[in-house]
Design a protein around this ligand. Structure first.
Ligand code: CA
Length: 200
């Protein structure tokens, strides 16, 4: 949280980047809008943040009766900023089952422009991940076994980076949103760890 010690100190603590708490090192979701199963954690079993001591965790109901997790933040794209980047690590319960049936759960990242229109950055599900990580026709390909105390028979992608050119948005306020969506009748859980959301 921003210190309440005084106005001047608060100004000093505002992030240079215009994006607040992008690495979740406040230890909570300060600066972010959120709903559903969205939290900040230090660990997910043996899985650790990409940087620092904290990461965001979004899921379709890990240990909770929820079907989605969502965070978003609106920020001004300054003249000096050309790229938005973030790290993600996706975990699938019963990955083999998820990829062989019609995938019901998605991880979606998008930018919402000032006029409300949307630029999709990522749209991933078990089938797409399986293709990207060589896990077809049989897992795991380049997927990694996940710690068994969290999910059953699960695999993770490991930390991945996405870099997006945002130079078209200079001077504008845009919203980055991360959304993990489970359909109502989805049988298995997916989770996504997010870290180091940054502007450069
Ligand atoms: Ca972090």
């Amino acid at each position: 949280m921003i210190s309440s010690c005084g106005k001047d100190e608060s100004i000093v603590l505002l992030p240079e980047s215009g994006l607040m708490n992008g690495g979740f090192e406040y230890g909570d979701l300060s600066g972010w809008e959120y709903h559903g199963d969205a939290r900040v954690v230090q660990l997910l079993d043996t899985l650790i943040p990409f940087e620092g001591n904290y990461m965001a965790l979004l899921s379709t109901g890990l240990q909770q009766f929820l079907s989605h997790g969502f965070i978003s933040q609106t920020f001004r794209v300054k003249e000096k900023h050309t790229y938005l980047s973030f790290r993600w690590n996706m975990i699938f319960e019963e990955f083999a089952s998820q990829m062989t049936m019609q995938p019901l759960d998605f991880f979606r990242v998008s930018i919402i422009r000032e006029d409300g229109s949307e630029q999709m950055l990522l749209m991933l599900n078990a089938n797409i991940i399986a293709a990207q990580f060589g896990a077809l026709p049989e897992p795991p390909g380049n997927m990694l076994p996940a710690p068994s105390s969290v999910f059953s028979n699960a695999y993770v992608t490991g930390w991945q980076q996405a870099i997006v050119d945002i130079s078209n948005y200079k001077g504008q306020d845009v919203t980055i949103q991360f959304d993990v969506i489970g359909r109502e009748n989805s049988e298995y859980t997916i989770g996504v760890m997010v870290d180091e959301v940054d502007l450069d």
